[in-house]
Design a protein around this ligand. Structure first.
Ligand code: SAH
Length: 269
């Protein structure tokens, strides 16, 4: 799977792409990441990428021409671009690209659709994601209308730029691709089925007077599974009761949740 990231600050990505699981996924050729500096597509000698907003007001707006040129060049390209620091600085092999891959062009935006595990699963089915990072007050709306397939927000808060948001999307999508992490680890995770994950413990069995729940040391797989299910229900009820509305609950789950006081919460809503 190929990721193209369009940004005014390509250097921001060197940390997240060069450590741990994402680094190994790139080295193994499971994902391919290309960084493009939007300024390389500006036509004036100052490489201007922003301008004052029509109608007045604070801040600057990312200009349409360089941003549109960068998106068009990257989407239409089969080769690494001139500003592709993945090639120059990260010594990644640029792979030959076929045209006609399933591509989605995504704008990072606090006004976008909320990025969730479900959206990550959907995006993991594409061959190529082009992630466009805004800065300042955002991008000229006409670029959004003309060239963007989808706008995504990583949460209800405002960042200084789309780079951290793009890293979040890349990370969450990449780990769903075959081979990036152990398939079992993604099977029962938080959010996959609207329930949060159960708590984890590792050695020692007693730490600063706190014991690991005895059932986990019992060796009874059935009891462990039952305990974990209940912990998932309890945590979701305590931390994110809103998720229970879309969770797939058995009658046993419901009766356990009721024993925790779930219905009274439902009635309050
Ligand atoms: N004036 C804008 C905020 C701009 S923040 C507004 O009020 O909506 C600058 C850039 O940061 C945005 O263009 C976007 O690319 C990115 N950004 C900020 N918060 C974000 C979020 N929650 N999710 C995704 N991108 C975000």
């Amino acid at each position: 799977m190929r990721f193209d990231i369009l940004t005014l600050f390509p250097e921001m990505f060197s940390g997240p792409l060069t450590e741990s699981i994402i680094k190994r996924a790139i080295q193994a050729g499971l994902i391919d990441v290309h960084l493009h500096d939007i300024r390389d597509y500006a036509s004036d000698k100052h490489r201007t990428a922003d301008d004052a907003p029509y109608g007045g007001g604070a801040g600057m707006v990312m200009k349409a021409e360089p941003l549109a040129a960068s998106i068009r060049a990257v989407v239409g390209s089969s080769e690494a671009e001139p500003g592709d620091i993945s090639k120059q600085q990260m010594e990644l092999e640029p792979r030959a690209m076929d045209r006609g891959l399933r591509t989605q062009v995504i704008l990072m935006s606090p006004a976008g659709e909320r990025f969730t595990q479900r959206v990550a699963e959907d995006l993991a089915g594409y061959d190529r994601l082009v992630l466009v990072c805004g800065r300042y007050e955002g991008v000229d709306e006409r670029v959004y209308e003309a060239l963007i397939d989808r706008a995504l927000s990583i949460g209800d808060y405002v960042l200084t730029g789309g780079e951290l948001a793009a890293m979040v999307v890349l990370d969450a999508v990449a780990r769903l691709r075959p081979g990036v992490i152990d398939a079992e680890s993604t099977a029962e995770e938080s959010h996959g089925d609207s329930l949060l994950e159960y708590p984890h413990y590792t050695r020692p069995a007693l730490w600063e007077g706190r014991a690991v729940p005895a059932v986990l040391l019992s060796g009874h797989h059935g009891e462990v599974a039952k305990w974990r299910r209940r912990e998932r229900l309890r945590r979701t009820f305590e931390q994110r009761p809103d998720l229970l509305a879309t969770a797939d609950l058995t009658p046993a789950d419901r009766s356990y949740l009721r024993s925790l006081g779930w219905e009274s919460t439902e009635m309050r809503d």
